[in-house]
Design a protein around this ligand. Sequence first.
Ligand code: ZN
Ligand code: ZN
Length: 341
Amino acid sequence: MKAMVLDRLAPIETRPLKLKTLPTPGIRRRNDVFIEIEACGVCRSNLHMIEGDWKNYGSPSTLPVIPGHEIVGVVKKVGEGAWKVRVGDRVGIQPLFSSCLKCDYCKAGKEHLCDDAEITGESVQGGYAEYIVASEEFVTPIPDSIDSPHAAPLFCPGITAYKAVKASEPAKGRSVGIFGVGGVGHLAVQLAKMEGSRVVAISRAKKHLDLAKKLGADNAVAYQDSAEQFVKALKKDEGLLDSAIVFAPSENAIDAAVKSVKKGGLVVVGVVGNIPNFSAFDEKTIRGTVIGSRQDMADLVKLAAQGDLKVVIETHKLAEANEVLARLKKSEVEARAVLVP
Ligand SMILES: [Zn+2]
Ligand SMILES: [Zn+2]
């Protein structure tokens, strides 16, 4: 099969992904399913891993590696023990490739927190390829109403946005600021609106603020590098917020979010980053969030199938992965780029 393979960590401008022909993976375990990939989303996490930003977190744990963890394809073969998924089904794979299914987290339905979880495209081979083999326990069926390129982003930005919005305790009459309106944020804007929240989109790029407004944001405020300056502008334009969600991968943005919520407010952090200033006496809550469980995934796909969630994508060929990631690095991708083999 053809795949875009990373042999060594390097800046994306050096085109570190190479198009190679590799042996097509086969079914190894009873519950495995063999999937012909139809689409794979291009995630900022892929970029961080490729450039070595996440070496200290042990990602990737294996090289060479095929990146990509927002995968949709059609099941072509199943193992002899498979019963949940059939040949011909269209399914998606999220970053959580598998977990032990035995520990306390797994038993509590929080398998995305499992210490023995495998991560798609980081600890196991991912979706910048023509085929992949996964366990039927960790794939999610996709209804016919969503095509594969639009379904793929549900499997990382989608579930990330869904979980983070839930964590922000959305409700009618409560405001939520969404810091960062890209692949994840453009979905969070819509999901928070569906919950009745007043949504304030915050981004550096005018293009992203316009997109957020088009997707239903009640207000859009331009992000500024000085947290103090930004909060001043926010207070004038909108007032302090009940809650905030941070998807912009910067310590500065996290700091600004903490300062943007009222006393007693809630900040949901969905990115890797430090929290530089925190005053206990403001009684603020900071909550971390990471992808989501298999149940969250199924719930989101169901919601998306109803047709109210607009997934904004652009599609590219598999061989163009380096160029697409380079554009993502420069914030030139409007919402989500998807590779189609
Ligand atoms: Zn991702
Ligand atoms: Zn576990």
